[in-house]
Design a protein around this ligand. Structure first.
Ligand code: PDD
Length: 286
């Protein structure tokens, strides 16, 4: 099926959608993005993603070409036009295409580029991986220092994913100064006794929208939460581990660097949080 995509104010068949070779997203990775999941034809945590987008743009002094209301409308129209029941919507905004390649940012006469497309993933919330858990390796975190901004500079995370694959694993947890920052495209957690431990917010990690919701639900369910750095050794000795993101929700992690975590099977805390997250966010979906 040919997707309908959105480019700079127009809905077009995917094959007709074009962006300039001078686009700064292409030349300088000068762009930001968001991924919003769709369950039952509705958007999960849209407000959180729209707010983080605004923040990413502000941090980079990049103009927002679309209002939050119009953005919601575009998301909904793409879900409708592409008959998405479960899946994701990818959104990217770049600083646009100046007349030539130039490191300096262009002036206000250059319009930002905005692109959105859908990814259909029927049964996204019933992923078989959630039942068996995923395996991760640890790698050095070699990304830039402003990981709190959701930029399209994803080469190192892609390389991390390939390193994990080469090791027969599913993902990589990145380590800096001895502590885990996050997964290649997700936030990382361990569970020790009755405490959920995940890295504190800062420039070192992306402030996950799923993370914020999951921690809120955990606290509401009287679970203990510690926001602090943890090491791979601590993860190996933990009772459970899991990741969160808009595309995986809450996903158990059962092995790190070849060592089984806890029983080596998905644990009860991750399972419970996944259940609560899916239930509550489906209720709040728009
Ligand atoms: N990635 N950390 C990183 C580095 C991420 O790329 C992501 C999201 C997260 C989780 O954030 P959220 O809960 O808001 O999805 C954490 C998206 C899903 C992606 O790149 O596809």
């Amino acid at each position: 099926m040919t997707r309908t995509v959105y480019v700079n104010g127009e809905y077009l068949p995917e094959g007709e959608a074009k962006v300039s070779i001078f686009d700064r997203g292409f030349l300088f990775a000068d762009g930001v993005y968001e991924v919003t999941s769709v369950l039952g034809g509705k958007l999960i945590d849209f407000a959180g993603h729209a707010k983080r987008l605004e923040r990413s743009l502000n941090e980079l002094d990049m103009r927002n070409p679309i209002s939050s209301d119009d953005l919601l409308e575009v998301h909904r129209e793409l879900v409708r036009a592409n008959e998405i029941t479960d899946g994701m919507i990818y959104l990217q905004i770049t600083r646009g295409a100046a007349a030539d390649r130039d490191f300096a940012f262009p002036g206000d006469d250059v319009e930002p580029t905005i692109v959105l497309f859908t990814q259909s993933k029927p049964g996204l919330a019933d992923s078989p991986a959630a039942k068996v858990g995923i395996k991760v390796i640890s790698i050095a975190d070699e990304r830039w220092g402003r990981r709190d901004i959701k930029t399209v500079q994803l080469l190192y995370p892609s390389m991390g994913k390939m390193m994990a694959k080469a090791a027969g694993c599913d993902d990589a947890w990145m380590v800096e100064d001895g502590a885990v920052t996050e997964g290649t495209s997700n936030n990382a957690y361990i569970v020790k006794g009755d405490t959920i431990i995940t890295r504190h917010l800062g420039n070192e990690i992306l402030h996950g929208i799923t993370r914020a919701a999951v921690l809120r639900f955990a606290r509401e369910a009287q679970m203990k939460v510690e926001e602090r750095a943890f090491t791979i050794d601590e993860a190996m000795g933990a009772d459970e581990a899991f990741i969160t993101s808009a595309s995986t929700f809450v996903m158990p992690v059962v092995e790190v660097d070849g060592t089984a975590i806890g029983t080596g099977k998905p644990g009860p805390v991750a399972a419970r949080l996944r259940e609560i997250y899916l239930e509550e966010s489906r209720k709040a979906a728009v």
